[in-house]
Design a protein. Structure first.
Length: 230
C-alpha cells in the first residue's frame, strides 16, 4: 500500500500559511493545518476542499507540548504521518527593553523557537523510519539582526535559526532535509509589486526546496523583494 503524501503547516492564517497549504495541496498532498484558533483554520480548509484538495484543521498551541502532541496525534490518525513539515508560526511584541514585560519576552522566544523544537519532535520519528522527509522553518530579517524594540522577536528568530542548523547537521545524513528560509521584507500581494514578497511566490520556493536532490540541498536561503535594501 502506498504511503499517503501528507504535509503539515504550523502557523496557518490568510497569508503565507494559506499559500503554503495551497501549493502542496496542488501537488496531491493532504495538508494538516495547525494554528491556535479554529477561526484561522476554517477558511483555509474550506478553500482547499473547494479546490478539490484534502485538508484537516487541528487547533493547537505550538508552544505547549501537550496541546501540540494531541493535535499531531489526530492529524496522523486522520491523514497520515507528514512527509513535509513547515514551521511558520510567529508573533511579536514591539516594545523597548523597559516596556517589554518578562512574559512578552518569553512568549516571543516560545513562539519563535520553542514551538519549532516541539514541532520537530512530532514529525521526525516517522521521517527517520521512512528515511526521508522535509522540515522547513520560516525565518525573518530578525533571524540575522535585532532591530531596536524588537528584542523578543529577534531572540526567538535567532534561536530558530540555530535550531535549524543543528537539526540539519543531525538529520541530514539520515535523509531529512532541514532548511531555514529568511523572509527579508514585508509579505503582501498585489500585481506587479516589487516592494513586498508575494506569499504565493514564497510558497513556490518552499515547494522547490522540498523537491531538491540530496546531493545539492539548501540549508539556508533568503528571499526579499527587488526594492528591499540589504
Amino acid at each position: 500500500m502506498d504511503t499517503p503524501k501528507v504535509a503539515v503547516v504550523v502557523g496557518v492564517g490568510s497569508g503565507l500559511g494559506a499559500s503554503l497549504a495551497r501549493r502542496f495541496a496542488r501537488e496531491g498532498y493532504a495538508v494538516g493545518l495547525v494554528a491556535r484558533s479554529e477561526s484561522s483554520l476554517h477558511p483555509v480548509r474550506e478553500a482547499l476542499e473547494k479546490e478539490g484538495g484534502r485538508a484537516g484543521s487541528y487547533p493547537a498551541d505550538a508552544t505547549d507540548a501537550a496541546s501540540l502532541k494531541s493535535a499531531f496525534g489526530r492529524l496522523r490518525a486522520e491523514l497520515g504521518a507528514p512527509e513535509v513539515c513547515i514551521y511558520n508560526a510567529g508573533a511579536y511584541a514591539v516594545a523597548g527593553v523597559l516596556e517589554l514585560t518578562p512574559e512578552q519576552f518569553e512568549s516571543g522566544w516560545r513562539i519563535g523557537c520553542m514551538g519549532g523544537f516541539l514541532t520537530a519532535r512530532e514529525v521526525v520519528p516517522a521521517m527517520l523510519e521512512r528515511g526521508k522527509g522535509t522540515l522547513l522553518f520560516t525565518g525573518a530579517t530578525a533571524s540575522l539582526r535585532g532591530a531596536a524594540r524588537f528584542a523578543a522577536f529577534a531572540v526567538g528568530k535567532f534561536g530558530l535559526r540555530a535550531l535549524a542548523q543543528s537539526l540539519a547537521r543531525e538529520l541530514g545524513p539520515r535523509g531529512i532535509h532541514v532548511a531555514h528560509v529568511i523572509i527579508d521584507g514585508m509579505i503582501g500581494s498585489g500585481p506587479g509589486s516589487t516592494t513586498r514578497l508575494s506569499p504565493d511566490a514564497i510558497a513556490e520556493t518552499y515547494w522547490q526546496l522540498h523537491r531538491q536532490e540530496p546531493s545539492a540541498w539548501t540549508q539556508e536561503m533568503d528571499l526579499r523583494p527587488a526594492a528591499e535594501k540589504f
